[in-house]
Design a protein around this ligand. Structure first.
Ligand code: AGP
Length: 612
């Protein structure tokens, strides 16, 4: 996924574009660039690497102008280098364009343009777009820019969002999207474009979400929106309840650390919003009728990465509480499964970004079988939310760190409350049982705060693992998915190879990994499988493995066997993943930091995988 920005106003476009790109850098950081109309001509600056590299170029060769576009890239076609960096131009440098997504038929189009003597410099799919536009205009296929744009939309295939400027219309920024997010912000005598709120919110909260197959242009004081048939559309600017602090580190070293520490406040907000004084649950805006939900006899949860691990815990909630048969599927596999399903099967899609291509493809697979789709998303204006029959906002707020933390626990919160909600519809939970569970849930924020207060313990451990090569994570039942999540957190931001396993699987092979250099994180909180986790710990000790345990306060047995032991407050077994994951988030973060990694922007990754 890439980040796009655009600006038309009275400010220096260079600085507005750079600030916007910095806010979007988590979407991709292989290269960055801007194009500005400088004294009637398009000036381009672009560079391999993070935005800091682009800033160095601009320091030597600044650009001056008040209209421009910018891009920060996560490479799909063409390696990350200066030539492949966006913006890309036509052969006369009269059009500059930035792009997010994939042009699936770019090679065919490029071959046609090459036969017409067009010269390309990059091996990106993007570069065909400005060349196509100039070909339409030069050949007379299009007499105006509007005609050229409409012709372009008919010609290219794939999911994409673009922004572009034309030398012939120096006061305008054009934009269009067909399956990738784009927002326009309205200021005083200025307009902004961004791939998500983070790029706009420090300038304005008056936002228009551009829908699929819409395009338009803006100047500093005008805005026009059309559909792909060329018909004008009335734009809908709404005021967003987001503050710039939501997208600023406000003193934390990294967004990831800020987002780990935000979790108690987010749970307080979830409790306040979702749980009424009479213990009824409020999923207002959720459009599946209750009687329909009560008839659901099978659920398939499909998701990717961290969201998949949340879904694995959601499965246990849905089977334990509303007694509903539930399966979890990797969305990247589910989309090819052609699953055998009956009428009352419902698919749940879980996605923080709401833009994950594989999960979106899973939704299309479900809809092809006429199944209802409910999505749990952290972005209610996302493609997945729009393409679902109903969605639930997980209320984690904007998550910028590439490694998902607060979104994961917020997903668990909503899967838990949703399972209770469905239980009440299916009469599988008494009022008394429901009250006990909800009262336990309400205690979570203070328990999360107690854990975070002890974060220095984990920070202190981290320096002992600077050169560790392998980590193993073990958990059972509700904490098996937490073991998988802990391994993912560590590997994706510290680059240490880490694997998570169900504790019971350990002796069926993975135990061969254990040496005196392999730390094993064992999630051994008090539960009916505590003794089984103790057996795992004994097995590791017998092989001189390094034992790291997450235990319940007051534990003595596991503590006595541990090389490192972290205590969490006592809690209901079903809710334990929401607490056990926090020390694992902190462990991954602090190890990444002592290893000199960049937790917010790990190599090779992007915040949302919008390509398949
Ligand atoms: C999580 O830390 C990872 N960055 C990644 O696995 C992520 O969970 C996955 O790509 C799914 O993203 P989504 O929740 O936005 O669909």
């Amino acid at each position: 996924m890439c980040g796009l920005v655009g600006y038309a106003g009275n400010k220096n476009a260079e600085s507005v574009l750079i600030v916007g790109l910095i806010s979007l850098e988590y979407r991709g950081y292989d290269s960055a660039g801007i194009a500005v109309i400088d004294n009637g001509e398009i000036e381009i600056r672009k560079e391999k690497g993070k935005i800091k590299a682009l800033e160095r170029i601009l320091k030597e060769k600044p650009v001056y102008g008040t209209v421009g576009i910018g891009h920060t890239r996560w490479a799909t076609h063409g390696e990350p280098n200066q030539i492949n960096a966006h913006p890309h131009t036509d052969f006369r440098n009269s059009i500059a364009l930035v792009h997010n997504g994939i042009i699936e038929n770019f090679q065919t189009l490029k071959n046609e343009l090459l036969s017409k003597n067009h010269i390309f410099h990059s091996n990106t799919d993007t570069e065909v777009l400005p060349h196509l536009l100039s070909e339409f205009l030069r050949s007379g296929k299009a007499k105006t820019i509007k005609e050229a744009m409409l012709q372009l939309f008919k010609t290219i295939e794939g999911k994409w969002a673009i922004s572009l400027i034309f030398e012939s219309e120096p006061d305008k920024v054009y934009f269009a999207q067909d399956g990738a997010p784009m927002l326009i912000g309205k200021g005083h005598g200025e307009y902004f474009l961004g791939s998500d709120l983070a790029a706009l919110i420090r300038y304005t909260n008056k936002i228009c979400y551009i829908n699929r197959k819409e395009w338009g242009y803006f100047t500093k004081d005008s805005f026009a929106l059309f559909n792909f048939e060329g018909e004008e559309i009335q734009p809908n600017f709404t005021s967003q309840q987001v503050k710039w602090e939501d997208v600023d580190k406000i003193g934390y070293s990294h967004y990831m650390l800020k987002e780990i520490y935000e979790q108690p406040e987010i749970f307080k907000k979830i409790i306040q919003t979702r749980i009424k004084d009479d213990y009824s649950l409020d999923f207002s805006g959720f459009e599946i009728p209750k009687e329909q939900l009560s008839r659901v006899n099978r659920i398939i949860i499909q998701a990717a990465g961290t969201s998949l691990y949340a879904g694995m815990i959601g499965k246990l909630y849905l089977e334990h509480l509303p007694k509903t048969t539930t399966d979890t599927e990797m969305s990247s596999e589910f989309r090819y499964r052609n699953p055998v399903v009956e009428g009352d099967t419902t698919v749940i899609a879980i996605s923080q970004s709401g833009e994950t291509a594989d999960t979106l493809a899973g939704i299309h697979e479900a809809k092809a079988k006429f199944l209802k789709v409910i999505s749990f998303v952290n972005n209610v204006n996302s493609t997945i939310a729009r393409e679902s029959d109903a969605f639930i906002d997980t209320m984690a707020g904007i998550e910028i760190g590439v490694a998902s933390t607060k979104a994961f626990t917020a997903q668990l919160a909503h899967l838990f409350l949703f399972s209770i909600f469905v239980s009440t519809l299916k009469w599988t939970l008494s009022d008394e049982e429901k009250k006990v569970l909800i009262d336990e849930f309400k205690l979570l924020p203070q328990k999360m705060e107690a854990i975070l207060k002890k974060a220095p313990i984990i920070e202190d451990w981290a320096k002992n693992f600077v050169n560790t090569k392998d980590f193993v994570f073990l958990g059972r039942k509700y904490n098996h998915p937490v073991a998988l999540e802990g391994a993912l957190k560590l590997k994706e931001i510290s680059y240490i190879h880490a694997s998570g396993y169900a504790g019971g699987e350990f002796k069926h092979g993975p135990i061969a990994l254990i040496t005196n250099e392999v730390p094993v994180v064992c999630i051994a909180n008090q539960s009916d499988i505590y003794s089984k986790m103790l057996s795992n710990i004994q097995e590791i000790k017998a092989r001189r493995g390094i034992v790291i345990t997450i235990v319940t306060e007051g534990d003595t047995e596991a503590r006595a066997l541990s090389d490192y032991c972290f205590e969490i407050p006592e809690c209901h077994e079903l809710l334990s993943p929401i607490l056990t994951v926090i020390p694992l988030q902190l462990l991954a973060y602090h190890i990444a930091v002592v290893r000199g990694c960049t937790p917010d922007q790990p190599r090779n990754l992007a915040k949302s995988v919008t390509v398949e």
